[in-house]
Design a protein around this ligand. Structure first.
Ligand code: ADP
Ligand code: ADP
Ligand code: ADP
Length: 213
């Protein structure tokens, strides 16, 4: 299957995606994780992306479309994929359709992580992540066994520099103005399943499974 996850920052996309990946054996491409890795490695791409990311603005369509175009060539991504955090603009959605059309493929389902803005600040400011795997924890909702330490590898967890109340405001603005039209775009093609993303993780997982069955 070719699945897209759309939702505001903190809506639970990263939390649900490993479960989807395990079930459907897909490739998981998260543009935010890829961009952060490029920033950390100070690659030319990372240097170009850093300023926008720090401000909570979107990185240019050309940069992210380039990353996705490259990543989708991987053999593991040929039969299906989960795109987490892409497309975030209508231009990106159109480019994705063009890329897939070349392979005679198309998007199967768009999972819309619908949630009220008011819930997101607590989710975002309590988030801790394991950078190399993208695993996320929450001080209150999903604490690691040992504070600050990844359960699986024992490596340290970090807080994202953009996970502050102030930067969240810009990220939400970008979501409402630039990304919500992407949901309308896919709705017109009848591809959108709306999830109740404010529910506990396990209940959201059940909704995801229903949407994909
Ligand atoms: P979130 O937790 O908000 O869903 P991500 O990890 O997906 O955040 O993205 C972090 C940042 O990376 C965004 O604020 C944006 O600057 C950049 N980014 C990620 N994906 C895209 C994209 N598809 N288009 C433009 N910018 C992106
Ligand atoms: P996104 O990838 O959409 O930005 P995450 O999956 O990283 O969001 O979730 C943001 C934070 O909220 C994380 O700290 C995560 O542990 C926590 N979280 C995720 N889903 C839920 C949920 N259903 N209920 C409560 N907290 C959640
Ligand atoms: P700076 O010193 O330029 O202000 P940051 O505070 O953004 O750097 O981050 C410190 C280091 O941790 C940087 O190398 C950054 O790329 C990395 N980093 C921050 N957040 C993440 C993340 N979510 N995943 C991977 N690496 C990250």
């Amino acid at each position: 299957k070719r699945i897209i996850l759309v939702g505001p920052p903190g809506s639970g996309k990263g939390t649900q995606s490993p479960l989807i990946k395990d079930e459907y054996c897909l490739c998981h491409l998260a543009t935010g994780d890829m961009l952060r890795a490029a920033v950390a490695a100070k690659t030319p791409l990372g240097i170009k992306a850093k300023e926008a990311m720090d401000k909570g603005e979107l990185v240019s369509d050309d940069l992210v479309v380039g990353i996705i175009d490259e990543a989708m060539k991987k053999p593991s991504c040929q039969k299906g994929f989960i795109l987490d955090g892409f497309p975030r603009t209508v231009v990106q959605a159109q480019k994705l359709d063009e890329m897939l059309a070349k392979q005679g493929a198309k998007v199967d389902k768009v999972l819309n992580f619908a949630i009220d803005d008011a819930i997101l600040e607590e989710r975002i400011t309590g988030r801790w992540i394991h950078p190399s795997s993208g695993r996320s924890y929450h001080t209150k909702f999903a604490p690691p066994k040992t504070p600050g330490v990844d359960d699986v590898t024992g490596e340290p967890l970090i807080q994202r520099k953009d996970d502050t109340a102030a930067v969240l405001k810009s990220r939400l603005e970008a979501f409402h103005i630039q990304t919500e039209p992407v949901i309308d775009y896919y709705s017109k093609h009848g591809l959108v399943a709306n999830l109740h993303a404010e529910k506990p993780p396990k209940e959201v997982t059940v909704e995801v499974q229903k949407a994909l069955s």
